[in-house]
Write a protein that binds this ligand. Structure first.
Ligand code: ADP
Ligand code: MG
Length: 535
């Protein structure tokens, strides 16, 4: 395994060997220069190497593998795609697919995940697709029914491998990799390359080139972190003020119920919020995300699982309404703002008894921020006080591609590379927002006025329900988390699940392991791993 230093050479996409047509598509989207991870990974992937890349959230990993995929993918045939991308969540799968689609018109891309009907996915696969973007649960279902066969997969990308591990998807990922052939090029991207991810790298990659890129400015150091003490019953009104001062905002809650309740409470304070969590149907999740990205809502209220890995341009602030589970969750949640080299603010609402835990978490994250009384006026540099919401869509209208247009416009207006210079103002072009502004005069958010008693009552109900002993086992909770993320059924995705007869699992044909065979042989059978090599 060779280690590549993170010092980037400044090469253009053309110099990295990216085909002209793809360069033109990038140019068209306002993407002119490769980010650090792209500078190091694209050429290696295009040379056919296995690559494992670690880079922080928002550093441009999707294009780091998306560009080579588009450049290299050969034609798929019915049921047999030639490239596969695995994603832990449905939203991320959609985003990966649309990012790749923006680069090409000649490569067909199909997305499969749970929580939606099979029909369209099955038809697309039967017809034949080149690149398949999939969540593990639904993909395994489709493999079992024979709707998709992975023996023609030339390269597979595992995106957000650490999230995949956190969410208990690795057994499914291993089964899927086992069903590809031993000559498959395996590319893995992750925020970190330790623990279970290291295991995946060791056993499923063939002498991978390893790139660990720490850009000069990752989103954690670029964001402005605030820790505010607030009494439990004052959190909602403080949140409403915060959103009003620095929206678009992603607000993180611990539970689905909490997210829904908060959405209603904010509405009473004049804040338009939409929520996204595993209890919502996929169309509801898609609509909520579209309403938020297209600025028809001030805030997106999310649970951790649902928001995993999603990228929304120009998120001005992230609020930890409920504290994150651990420092990794803090980094992940906070990474939804200050992305792609831009600025943003991250506000943690700390209850008086949560100060110590907050300090400990700061140490683990590697930031040092005083825990102070709230000061919403200090957020003004982040928000645009003249901004108004876009008009709500009429019921019969579907979410449009306007976010894409706006994205590319915004990108042209802001910096196009990871220079790390804050540029929050350019992201909030007031005149543009005003052009889109609604005839509904009440959409300008103002201080939350929801009844304090209501808040107190519901908060009390919430803490009561949280204190109740949990009846579900850890395994059940794990299954539920996976189902929330990729929409798979909750019954059959556990560690112990056996793959169907005839699938190619550990020990099947040990001699065919690529590593031991010393290279990529044509016409090899599906990968087989020895049992001692699997965890
Ligand atoms: P990650 O997967 O590392 O979290 P993404 O791939 O989601 O990050 O990229 C974050 C944002 O940066 C996306 O909007 C993407 O279009 C944009 N982006 C990626 N590469 C570039 C580039 N070279 N120049 C400008 N913007 C880019
Ligand atoms: Mg990503």
């Amino acid at each position: 395994m060779s280690i590549t230093e993170s010092e980037p050479r400044v090469l253009t996409f053309e110099e990295l060997g990216v085909p002209d047509a793809v360069c033109r598509s990038l140019q068209h989207r306002g993407i002119k220069e490769p980010f650090a991870i792209q500078r190091v990974a694209i050429a290696d992937i295009m040379q056919g190497n296995d690559v494992c890349g670690a880079a922080p959230t928002g550093s441009g990993k999707t294009l780091a593998f998306g560009i080579p995929l588009v450049a290299m993918t050969s034609k798929g045939s019915p049921r047999r795609p030639t490239s596969l991308v695995l994603s832990p969540t449905r939203e991320l799968a959609d985003q990966i697919a649309s990012e790749i689609k923006s680069l090409t018109q000649s490569t067909s891309i199909t997305t499969v995940y749970g929580g939606v009907a099979y029909g369209k996915q099955v038809n697309a696969l039967k017809y034949g697709t080149d690149i398949l973007v999939a969540c593990p649960g639904r993909l395994e279902d489709l493999m079992e029914s024979g709707t998709v066969v992975l023996d023609h997969i030339e390269r597979v990308v595992i995106d957000e491998a650490d999230r995949m591990a956190d969410m208990g998807f690795l057994p499914a990922v291993r089964r899927i990799l086992d069903a590809t052939t031993s000559r498959t090029q395996t590319i893995l991207f992750s925020a970190t390359l330790d623990g279970d991810v290291a295991h995946l790298v060791k056993h499923y990659q063939n002498d991978p080139v390893r790139h660990e890129v720490v850009p000069e400015h990752n989103s954690i150091s670029l964001a402005d972190h605030r820790f505010w003490t607030v009494a439990r019953d004052a959190r909602v009104s403080l949140l409403a003020e915060t959103v009003a001062a620095a929206w678009p905002t992603i607000v993180f809650c611990r539970t689905r119920h909490g997210a829904d309740r908060l959405t209603k409470q904010l509405a009473r304070g004049g804040i338009t919020a939409v929520s996204i969590h595993g209890g919502k149907s996929q169309p509801q999740r898609t609509r909520a995300l579209a309403d938020f990205t297209e600025h028809r809502a001030h805030a997106l209220i999310a649970t951790d699982v649902a928001a995993r890995g999603i990228h929304v341009d120009d998120v001005t602030s992230v609020v930890h309404f409920d504290p994150p589970e651990d420092h990794k969750a803090y980094i992940h949640r906070s990474g939804r703002t200050a992305r792609a080299g831009q600025g943003g603010v991250v506000v943690s609402l700390i209850e008086p008894n949560g100060r110590r835990a907050a300090r400990r978490m700061q140490r683990e994250v590697g930031i040092e921020v005083e825990i102070v009384d709230p000061d919403v006026t200090s957020l003004t540099p982040f928000g645009d006080p003249t901004a108004t919401l876009a008009p709500a869509l009429k019921v019969h209208e579907r979410p449009r591609s306007s976010s894409k247009n706006r994205r590319s416009k915004n990108r042209q207006g802001s910096q196009s590379k990871n220079t790390g210079v804050k540029s929050s103002r350019s992201r909030h072009d007031a005149s543009k927002r005003n052009d889109m502004s609604s005839t509904r005069g009440d959409q300008q958010p103002h201080r939350g006025q929801g009844s304090r008693q209501d808040d107190q009552r519901s908060e009390a109900r919430r803490s009561n329900s949280n204190d109740r002993p949990r009846r579900t086992t850890e395994a059940q909770q794990d299954r539920q988390r996976r189902a929330e993320a990729d929409g798979s059924s909750q019954n059959n995705r556990g560690e112990g699940r056996q793959s169907k007869p005839g699938s190619h699992r550990k020990g099947a044909k040990a001699g065919q392991r690529r590593a031991s065979s010393g290279g990529h042989r044509k016409g090899q059978a599906p990968r087989a791993r020895t049992s001692s090599r699997r965890g």
